[in-house]
Design a protein around this ligand. Structure first.
Ligand code: E4P
Length: 218
């Protein structure tokens, strides 16, 4: 499963990239709004750090505007994937951008039917926003399973991104389900690397070593 960072913060992206586990990045208007500076400059910086797909979202709500903006965003770097919100206008834009050879990430998909339409229109990626679904008292991973079965049934080319991840267990369930991508907040990626027993173990080894007065003569 690919691991993407769900952030527009370059310092966080550099930190995670240094771990050798980062395959891509997703941004959205809320994430970009949190960062100081020009949005295009922010996206350019991210694409220079990460070689894999970097999602940049359109702001327009009509297909023509989405296509214009999407084409401009795609020009920032070859690894930009244009994020298009689901809907009738979004589907029209996805189709045209696909025909122009521009990769798209159809965002804000909350049902298998939405994902089916996006995949048929030519979206490179469709999403399951598991955290926001769980927030409504439903099961985000039922949707993950449904979309994966549907993509497989018809050999559709889109890949599934598990998005709106809130904690490490969401990542575990994504990998177990066979999702293509999990886009994860950096704090959750850091939590995945830690375990109370790991910390305890390191501390105990060091305490025993120091108590015995050992040292490596290297
Ligand atoms: C996905 O690409 C989105 O940026 C993201 O996962 C949204 O999740 P949220 O529910 O944490 O805002």
């Amino acid at each position: 499963m690919e691991i993407w960072a769900d952030t527009a913060n370059t310092a966080e992206i550099e930190k995670i990239n240094a771990l050798g586990i980062l395959d891509g990045v997703t941004t959205n208007p809320s994430l970009i709004a949190k960062e100081a500076g020009d949005p295009i400059a922010i996206l350019k910086r991210i694409t220079s750090v990460v070689k894999g797909p970097v999602s940049a979202e359109v702001i327009s709500v009509e297909a023509d505007g989405m296509i214009k903006e999407g084409t401009k965003l795609a020009g920032i770097a070859p690894n930009i994937v244009v994020k298009i919100p689901m809907g009738i206008e979004g589907l029209k834009a996805i189709k045209v951008l696909h025909q122009k050879g521009i990769r798209t990430n159809c965002t804000l998909t909350f049902s298998a039917n939405q994902a089916l339409l996006a995949a048929k229109a030519g979206a490179s990626y469709v999403n399951a926003f598991v955290g926001r679904i769980d927030d409504e008292g439903d099961d985000g991973f039922r949707l993950v399973q449904d979309i994966l079965v549907m993509l497989e049934n018809y050999k559709l080319q889109s890949e599934l991104i598990v998005a709106s991840i809130r904690h490490p267990w969401h990542v575990h369930l994504s990998a177990q389900a066979g999702a293509h991508v999990a886009t994860i907040p950096t704090a959750v990626i850091e939590k995945m690397a830690s375990h109370i027993r790991t910390t305890e173990g390191i501390n105990k080894f060091l305490a025993d070593w120091n108590k015995a007065g050992k040292e490596y003569k290297i």
